[in-house]
Design a protein. Structure first.
Length: 281
């Protein structure tokens, strides 16, 4: 497994492989890898000749007062996971290599970046879109793999690929959960034992919404209210948002006609967690 820091070296290494006709699959991450990341790597391994994982904690997507400085890192463990999953190349650029000196260009994703997580994280999705565009240009994948756990990110990155004609197939894959239902996340490492227990309320609440829909409920106001009251019962949980939106436009739905995305963000004293489920009629 090749571990490369310099964008130019990555490009020349992958140019040579492309010249041999090899397809490149790409999994962008911020490291501190878990089974969710591994599931994306496996999907890339299954459908592409060469698998590239990037590990980059992107300062551009963190706001003032967010967790950029304490974001969990473990290079050796990440390398071991990548090795084990058959990754060919790990791209781990230093911040200066991605954002050298000079004027900073940022992609503006527009209004879709202002809803849901964008409300409490202004500019976050502009930072995500910018780094992913740069990574697409450096790596030149034909397929890139993202988790549905970050549903808004996935919608925005599909739009990014279309808007900028990136010749890349954006693939979304299901959320991997702990056995007790908690969606895996690098940020789960922040949780105390008590918070970890409380955090279970999130998956419990959104999965219960599925049952509501199965039993005939279509009114999103009632579904959102039910999810909120379940989460609010947990004393340390502070709801950032609970929404029921169109999965493509992320606009609020009044009723579920066919399919909806129920998405939540909840703040605990040491971490803000997100999760979502698709609700189908
Ligand atoms: P991150 O390192 O948190 O930026 O995530 C990198 C990629 O892994 C993103 O596409 C995430 O959506 C995806 N991911 C994170 N957690 C999970 C999970 N529990 N299941 C599936 N994919 C995930």
């Amino acid at each position: 497994m090749n571990i490369i820091q310099a964008p130019t070296s990555v490009r020349t290494t992958l140019d040579a492989l492309r010249a041999e006709g090899k397809s490149i699959g790409f999994v962008p991450t911020m490291g501190f890898l878990h089974e969710g990341h591994a599931s994306l790597i496996r999907a890339a391994r299954e459908s592409c000749d060469v698998v590239v994982v990037s590990i980059f904690v992107n300062p551009l997507q963190f706001g003032q007062g967010e967790d950029l400085d304490r974001y969990p890192r473990d290079d050796r463990r990440d390398e071991a996971l990548c090795e084990r999953e058959g990754v060919d190349l790990v791209f781990r650029p230093p911040v200066e290599a991605m954002y050298g000196s000079g004027p900073r260009f940022v992609i503006d994703v527009g209004a879709i970046g202002d809803v849901m997580c964008g409300r409490s994280r202004p500019g976050h999705f502009n930072g995500v879109a910018t780094v992913v565009a740069k990574l697409f240009n450096i790596i030149g994948p034909c397929r890139a793999f993202f988790g549905e756990k970050d549903a808004q990110q996935l919608v925005i990155l599909r739009r990014l690929a279309t808007a900028f004609d990136f010749p890349v197939d954006v693939v979304g894959l299901p959320t991997i959960r702990e056995e007790d239902g908690l969606a895996m996340s690098s940020r789960n490492a922040y949780l105390s034992a008590e918070e970890r227990r409380s955090a279970l309320v999130i998956s419990r609440a959104i999965l219960a919404a599925r049952d509501l829909v199965s039993s005939g409920e279509r009114d999103t106001t009632r579904i959102v209210a039910a999810v909120m009251s379940t989460i609010e019962a947990e004393a340390t949980a502070d709801i950032d948002y609970v929404v029921c939106v169109d999965p493509e436009t992320l606009l609020d739905l009044e009723r579920i006609e066919k399919e909806a995305l129920l998405a939540v963000a909840v703040k605990f004293p040491s971490a803000r967690l997100i999760d979502n489920v698709k609700l189908q009629v």
